[in-house]
Design a protein around this ligand. Structure first.
Ligand code: PHB
Length: 395
């Protein structure tokens, strides 16, 4: 059936034909299409703080860098996957690809959710920027995955080395029983043993509805010099409270861990109980650099005083990765070309210098040792040492 051509349409067609004749149109037409980014985050449920932090950072990035890149308007489509149902994340990823025709998938608050979406990215050949989920194996699950956050083996090694060198001989490990926790446990045990330490007990706590009290009692009964902890972002406050209530500190047991435990999003609520906790991590809101000062200031102002945490920089740097890749491809959003363009990118983030390893598509970054101290009346993760250019060592 022939549709009637209105005057307006006729004029568009005439301009289109002129464009083709001039050899201009294929590029300009592509450039005029918006660049659609599908952001899948836990915005409700037990891990809602991860979604809230990443969404705030992504919006801040656009506000600071403009909502157009290489001539393309950036269109953000934000979806809540509730954080606990991998099949929901997968369905949302499929809908974003098929119905919303996104050019990039991004977000992914927890490992099981990233793993569920990986086959969708592979099949659709759409880049998948993993901003939060941190189990080592994730980028190996799809050639379209690039990670902008961190990996557990990468950030766990330095605290194990520090403990072995600082008169800590006997440690109990306590980790959440899923991918990142198991990565943290394996890495801690291997590195601490290599440094001459002994792991006397390894405890795994459930991901869903954990009650840390009985596990911390077990840890206390083992009388270690220190307890090493990994729990995902959002859980640190409950651990800290039970550690305090059960009197582990008074029993002479030190708390050490990955920085997920002294999460900047929760640290102010932990107060004095957190003081003295030593962790290794890739981001502290107290990181002393002009880039971070500007970031914390802008983030706090735009979000009612909320302090940015490590997931926020995963989101902010994930956006930088997308913007820089689109600039490199001159505005084309071919998925494989974008992933190619992301490989080897280097930049200075609020967290410090970082890069994408072209072989693994994983993040290479500085890992800092930090101690919780009260500064100007508030607890902060104050950095006191660092290891540069740390890759994911695998597990
Ligand atoms: C993960 O599920 O991979 C994850 C989530 C939160 C963290 C770390 C790892 O803090």
């Amino acid at each position: 059936m022939n549709r009637p051509i209105t005057t307006a349409r006729r004029s568009i067609l005439r301009r289109f034909a002129a464009g083709v004749l001039l050899g201009l149109l294929p590029l300009t037409a592509l450039a005029a299409d918006p660049l659609r980014i599908g952001l899948i985050l836990p915005l409700t449920g037990p891990f809602a703080s991860t979604g809230k932090q990443i969404e705030a950072a992504v919006r801040l990035y656009s506000a600071k860098n403009g909502d157009t890149v290489a001539g393309r308007k950036v269109q953000l489509i934000v979806k809540d996957d509730t954080g606990v149902a991998p099949e929901t994340t997968k369905r949302i990823a499929q809908e974003l690809v098929v119905q919303d025709k996104v050019n990039v998938l991004a977000g992914f608050g927890l490992t099981p959710l990233a793993l569920a979406a990986a086959p969708v990215a592979t099949e659709a050949k759409i880049p998948m920027v993993v901003m939060a989920a941190a189990t080592s194996i994730i980028p190996s699950k799809s050639p379209m995955i690039v990670r902008s956050g961190f990996t557990l083996p990468q950030i766990t090694g330095p605290i194990a080395d520090w403990a072995a060198k600082n008169r800590i001989k006997r440690v109990v490990t306590m980790v959440t029983d899923y991918g990142p926790g198991i990565d943290a446990e394996k890495t801690f045990i291997a590195r601490f043993k290599a440094g001459g330490g002994e792991v006397v007990e390894s405890i795994r706590t459930p991901l869903r509805n954990p009650d840390y009290a009985p596990f911390l009692q077990r840890a206390k009964d083992a009388k270690p010099d220190a307890l090493f902890v990994f729990v995902p972002s959002g859980e640190g406050l409950a651990v800290m409270k039970q550690f305090d209530d059960r009197g582990l500190k008074q029993a002479g047991i030190r708390l050490i861990g990955t920085g997920d435990v002294t999460d900047d999003d929760l640290l102010e609520n932990m107060g004095a109980a957190a003081v003295g906790v030593i962790t290794s991590f890739h981001y502290s809101a107290a990181h002393d650099s002009p880039e971070n000062k500007a970031y914390v200031d802008a983030f706090t102002r735009a979000n009612n005083g909320m302090r940015p945490n490590f997931h926020s920089v995963g989101g902010y740097d994930g956006m930088n990765l997308i913007y820089e890749a689109v600039k490199k491809t001159g505005g084309t959003a071919n998925g494989e070309a974008l992933v190619e363009a992301m490989k080897g990118l280097k930049w200075v983030s609020p967290r410090g210098p970082m890069a994408i390893d072209p072989a693994s598509r994983d993040v290479v970054q500085t890992v800092y040792l930090r101690e919780v101290k009260i500064v100007n009346g508030k607890p902060w993760n104050v950095e006191f040492d660092k290891v540069e250019n740390v890759r994911d060592p695998g597990n």
